[in-house]
Design a protein around this ligand. Sequence first.
Ligand code: C2E
Ligand code: CA
Ligand code: CA
Ligand code: CA
Length: 278
Amino acid sequence: AKERGKNTYQIYNADPDDKIIRRMKLENGLRTVLENDELRVYYQPQVDLRTGKIKGVEALLRWIHPELGFIPPDEFIPLAEETGAIIPIGEWVLETACKQAKLWQMSTNPSLCVSVNVSIRQIKEDNFVDVVAEIVERSGLEPAYLELEITETLMQNIDASLTVFNQLKKLGVQISIDDFGTGYSSLSLLAHLPIDYLKIDRSFTNGMLEHSNTISIVKTIINMGRNLNLKIVAEGIEEERQELFLSQHGCHIGQGYYYSRPLPVEELDKLLEEQHEA
Ligand code: C2E
Ligand code: CA
Ligand code: CA
Ligand code: CA
């Protein structure tokens, strides 16, 4: 029993060590991820629920690490936020996505919007708005076609955000509250910040048809958003009946595996071409 106890101890110990080593590898890797060209932007369609047509795309980062392979963004984004690597990475995503959207506008979809996730860490940089302005200008994209997605859970300081949001509105870009409903401050955000879109969190869309409470919450979010003149996006739509319910209750835009997974540029090219020809 004693020996077994010892083994168990060692197995227990192995885990945290591996985690620390992995973390160090990722942290180091993040420093050179741009110069080594290891990041890719995938794009997930956002569908107009009235017409069924692709109205926009969300840019989602993918990292292929040379040794560790595919690293999910939920793992490396928080790390990049901690180390500050998110600043250059975030600028790169923004630039890549804006340029790509402009290309798609010129080829197949003149009114295509692009949504880019920005982390609070980026917004806190003094020159954030200037950087966005410069990138948008360089890309040739009309600012109105760029949507910045900001997660409400991370936005604690509404006063500080207000100045930045007002400047972004002046620039002409759209602002979207991501994962809406999962934070503590949802309603005060709505009351005080200039916002254009609400994204209903995936957890609501998912549980919706099984739980009557969730249904009520989703209906309430949609009604409230519409009363505030916001556009409502539902993320995580995986089934037809979810789409049906959401469109019947006035949700404007749908996103999820039901329409498409996030895709590399070439595959999204094909989808947009199909719709262009139809
Ligand atoms: P998010 O912004 O909430 O993005 C939606 C996530 O849900 C994406 O995961 C997407 O692939 C996934 N998803 C979409 N439709 C469905 C569905 O029908 N079912 C399910 N189960 N999942 C669906 P992904 O790509 O792994 O990204 C995870 C998170 O990483 C994002 O959550 C976002 O917070 C962050 N992230 C991704 N790219 C960036 C970026 O460029 N910058 C920043 N700051 N964060 C990013
Ligand atoms: Ca998002
Ligand atoms: Ca989200
Ligand atoms: Ca999220």
